[in-house]
Design a protein around this ligand. Structure first.
Ligand SMILES: [Zn+2]
Length: 355
């Protein structure tokens, strides 16, 4: 699979005549929001990139209770599968990665309000109490005492003499790791961890407790609060075309089996990273073959009766309050990009849209 580019997007769009007019005619549908962690205090927004502040989250939840109808992922699936009416007021709440603060903060808050939610976990990290590779890359490059770092796994050296330089280095290494096959991504993570002494690792993990992931017992408590648990792959492996076919299938089957061992049927998948270039044709086909009934992306858009359940659009919820309200009310502007993504993975699907 070639990676996504704008030429491809334009090409796909040009296959529709009057596409823009058509998009405007489509009625707005439900929105699936995605979050990661929620913390009382975020004191390093680079390391704690994936955590939003509790006051902002509470404000967003208050908005949703007033203006929207929060439904479960199961109910959304039933609506699509049975052709039931989709309502633009409907919103689904999802949380990726399985941070411990989902149990401490999110679960109690949402269950007290009787709002359903879904959590997507990387099963090896849950099993072994590990943190994600991207956390280690960020924390190591921002906090190592070394002033230069040579990472053989990326063939690059980085000058770490300023905070700006450290942030840029972390950003570049994260991007390389995200595009790499899993074994190389793990080498990069290990090499980054090696830049810290064991004492520093312990101190930083304590300081950034936000990035600790749940264990199976923690997840069980969230299930008791009404959470639906879905797969986020076994190793948080990004299912792009640089992964082998076997690896992609292993990620899906092992994570599904592990979740089912603890909580019964696992029917939902959130593709790690989840952009168009993070979902290969092999991944899309494998998700269907192992019988996930929904695959959730991070491609922005709203849900319609034409939405492919293995290519569900989601909107990032963790934004400034004003932007959050804007995105919720203007999500249809993303539909062109979403339909282009769908076209690439489902050639010949255009007739469905025009019907
Ligand atoms: Zn993730």
């Amino acid at each position: 699979m070639t990676s996504f580019n704008f030429r491809q997007l334009n090409l796909a769009l040009s296959r529709y005549s009057g596409a823009q007019r058509l998009f405007r005619l489509w009625s707005k549908g439900p929105t699936v929001l995605f979050y990661h962690g929620v913390e009382e205090r975020v004191f390093d927004p680079v390391v704690q990139l994936l955590h939003m502040s509790l006051p902002l989250f509470e404000r967003q939840v208050a908005y949703l209770r007033k203006h929207r109808d929060v439904i479960s992922l199961n109910y959304l699936y039933d609506c699509i599968a049975n052709g039931w009416k989709l309502d633009p007021r409907q919103v689904v709440l999802t949380f990726d990665d399985g941070y411990k603060n989902n149990l401490r903060i999110v679960g109690p808050l949402l269950s007290a309000l009787k709002l359903p939610f879904a959590i997507f976990v990387s099963t090896r990290h849950i099993e072994e109490g590990q943190r994600l590779s991207t956390y280690w890359i960020r924390v190591a490059l921002l906090y190592t005492e070394k002033k230069t770092v040579n990472l053989r796994s990326t063939n690059q050296s980085f000058s770490l003499t300023s905070r700006e330089g450290r942030i840029a280095a972390a950003g570049r290494v994260v991007e390389v790791a995200k595009r790499a096959p899993l074994h190389q991504a793990e080498q990069i993570r290990n090499e980054c961890i090696d830049q810290l002494t064991s004492g520093q690792r312990a101190e930083l993990n304590n300081r950034f407790a936000s990035d600790e992931l749940m264990g199976w017992d923690d997840l069980g408590k969230l299930v008791a609060m009404g959470a639906t648990v879905g797969s986020h792959c076994h190793d948080h492996c990004i299912l792009h075309a640089n992964q082998s076919d076997e690896e992609v299938r292993r990620q899906l089957t092992e994570s599904k089996a592990a979740i089912e061992k603890h909580f019964g049927e696992c029917e939902y998948l959130a593709y790690p990273n989840g952009t168009l270039s993070d979902i290969s044709e092999v991944a899309y086909d494998a998700a269907r073959a192992v019988r996930f009934r929904m695959g959730l992306t991070t491609i922005s858009g709203e849900v319609t009766q034409n939405t492919d359940c293995l290519l569900m659009p989601r909107i990032h919820g963790a934004t400034k309050y004003e932007e959050f309200c804007y995105l919720l009310n203007r999500s249809s502007r993303y539909n062109a990009a979403y339909q282009a993504a769908r076209l690439r993975l489902l050639p010949g699907s255009e007739s469905e849209h025009l019907a």
